[in-house]
Design a binder for this molecule. Sequence first.
Ligand code: ZN
Length: 323
Amino acid sequence: MSYVGPDFEPPRPPRHPLRGPLTVAVAALVPGALVGWLVWQTVGDSGGDAQASPSSSSWGRPATPGASDDGKERPGNSGGTGASEKPGGSPSASAPAASGSLKGKVVVIDPGHNPGNFQHTSEINQQVNIGTNSKECDTTGTATNDGYTEAKFTLDVARRMRTVLEKEGATVKFTQDGDRPWGPCVDERAEIGNKAGADAVVSIHADGAGAGNRGFHVILPGSVHSGAADTRPIVASSRELGERVAGSFLRVTGSAPSNYIGGGTGLDVRKDLGGLNLSTVPKVFIECGNMRDSKDAAQLTSSAWRQKAAQGISEGIVSFLHG
Ligand code: ZN
């Protein structure tokens, strides 16, 4: 991921605001994920991580606090799970959301960082206003121990997503496509989604936590109202988007929700990310895995796995847009 500065949020009671038909849709999604989880728990741990109770996992629950940031090691709070869907699941065969047209829908994909950021440190270190405070324009992102950069990863997954979503009829726009020397800054990344009138925006990342920290998590905007930032109108819809993305990502990739953030839910809420704070349209980030963990890195560097990741995220978006 990208943005420096931990955000410790106070614990909150469950406050999931699902309504009407959305309740039905998510009710269908969550048990499916839990079934996969239970199967996984039965067949055994593939990751060696401490296990959480299955009941602690639901995409209908708020994330636990304690998010620190991208590229920084987090304390291994081991509250998570190595949950994974049953091995060998067929992503394409089980795709639920590939029907129907997304004609008229606009999806903005935000490939985190930029491969050129490493050569433009002064530019990306400039401060930009994210509503709540000022922050670096952008960051370099992380890399695997073998040097595969997060910026390359995010662009690859984003391009694979574009192929999937355009086949569904969506209009897909990127915040950057490796076609500029650095950036854009986080405020511009948000603005691109806003100006596009996007129906959904997903920012693609991979994390840089310590070895042993594994799994994916989706970052949802917290409720922020400060300066130019007002996320209140998009908090609920972004959570809905994030839950869909998390559920599809788990199902298609078979990857586990993070074992170091989100308490096994695969969801986290943050108020310190300019790309979320400044968004006026539904938006989430996904940290697809931890580049600094060798097992996660083996997945992140696999083109076959990245295709699954792209498919999983895209199916979550399609499901959200079909409402
Ligand atoms: Zn990142």
